[in-house]
Ligand binder design. Structure first.
Ligand SMILES: [Zn+2]
Length: 67
């Protein structure tokens, strides 16, 4: 399990083992999570939580760096 800071949103994301799929990303700020088949996929999406955390997506849309 490892936590990194997503540059896109400035929020922290944890890579962990999933329940249904082998890998899971968790947004530390909001508790949003998404599961992935492969670690490569999970790492690819780790830096862009707006794609899988609905709260990050909302926040991102609401800020002036959207677009
Ligand atoms: Zn989030």
């Amino acid at each position: 399990m490892s936590t990194t800071k997503a540059r896109q949103t400035g929020t922290h994301v944890t890579l962990s083992r999933g329940d249904d799929l082998p890998w899971m990303l968790i947004c530390d700020e909001h508790g949003g999570c998404c599961e992935f088949d492969s670690k490569r996929q999970a790492i690819y999406f780790r830096s862009s939580p707006i794609n899988w955390c609905e709260w990050c997506a909302d926040n991102w849309r609401g800020t002036d760096y959207a677009g």
